[in-house]
Design a binder for this molecule. Structure first.
Ligand SMILES: [Zn+2]
Length: 188
């Protein structure tokens, strides 16, 4: 099965479980972490501001329609993938990423209450693995969840870079401590 499809199922499952908390009143904007708001692009490419549940409904409807379209996701041997396949997959992954971003930014409390956080983290890991393998999402978009990615240990390069920095900091610390070793205010 194509990985984007199972990703869709997982995002759908977590969102479905908390959807009663995501209303036009609680979420008038489609927010992500760090004050980010996503605008919906309609079929003519026109941007519109919609409430989060509406945005997510558009996302899920679009994906459902797309993955069941035989001309885009052929299931029969004789049918070939269309030329636009890659850009469609890119779009699906980017939209799912927005939903996951909204779940973390606006509904993590409910996700935790329902005990779905490990499921969400796993879905996020799955999404990021797909992204890192095929560079599907614009880095301008993924920076907002980088901290989380690091915390979950998903971006090995970033984690290593952070560890190296830490080690460098530590050795600088110990150097500065040895020159003024009586202050004893190491709060870390
Ligand atoms: Zn919401």
């Amino acid at each position: 099965m194509f990985p984007a499809m199972s990703l869709f199922d997982h995002v759908n499952l977590v969102y479905g479980a908390i959807s009663e908390f995501c209303t036009a009143t609680s979420c008038p904007d489609m927010t992500g972490p760090g004050q980010r708001t996503y605008l919906w692009f309609d079929e003519k490419g026109k941007k519109t501001k919609v409430a989060a549940p509406q945005y997510i409904d558009y996302v899920m409807t679009f994906i459902q329609k797309t993955i069941s379209d035989e001309t885009i996701f052929p299931t029969k041997y004789a049918n070939e993938f269309p030329v636009s396949f890659e850009s469609i997959v890119r779009k699906i992954v980017r939209l799912l990423y927005h939903v996951v971003a909204h779940l973390y930014a606006a509904h993590f409390k409910e996700v935790l209450l329902l005990g779905l956080h490990s499921h969400l983290n796993l879905t996020f890991a799955h999404l990021m693995a797909l992204h890192h393998r095929f560079t599907l999402i614009d880095p301008k978009e993924t920076d907002i969840l980088e901290d989380l990615e690091m915390a979950l240990g998903l971006n090995q390069e970033a984690v290593e870079a952070a560890n190296n920095n830490e080690e460098r900091d530590r050795s600088e610390d110990s150097r500065s401590q040895s020159t003024e070793d009586t202050c004893g205010d190491n709060k870390s």
